[in-house]
Ligand binder design. Sequence first.
Ligand code: ZN
Length: 183
Amino acid sequence: MTRAGSSVEAQLLAAALFSAERHRDQRRKGVRETPYINHPIEVAELIVRVGGVHDIEVLVAAVLHDTIEDTETKAEEIERKFGTSVVALVLEVTDPPLTQSERKRLEIEHAPHLSPRAKLIKLADKICNVADTASNPPASWSRSRRHDYIDFAEQIAIGCRGNNAALDAEFVRVMERARAQIG
Ligand code: ZN
């Protein structure tokens, strides 16, 4: 329970509203420039539908997973609104503000040491991002940059492996399709 007395539906919708508000001026980097909020909703939806996970704290944290990293949101606000377990999960999947190459290296290094619940979010995040590299990549990304991203995401997925068989299989399926599409 993230907030005593409130239903799972209320908690999830409160998280979606909060995240939509925080990401309101952001678009995804892809050519279609979809509203940013589509991404965290997609990540949470994948965890339920494909992963069969109904852990409300994981789903709420999935919806909030980029708020600390990519908006002005403070950990204390999430803790106050959604509880200590949720903020701990969001912080686990928040990357430190370093240079991109350093951040990627650390993300690969940390993946195997994440808690099982954080691994669900991390893996679903990478599934969505890999799908985007094929169907909706940033306009400036070359073919090799797209492949580099998929190779990086594969390292993360390997680090998260063995925690949810359906999501593991989904990653492989989406990765193979993306590589074939990019060619
Ligand atoms: Zn994300």
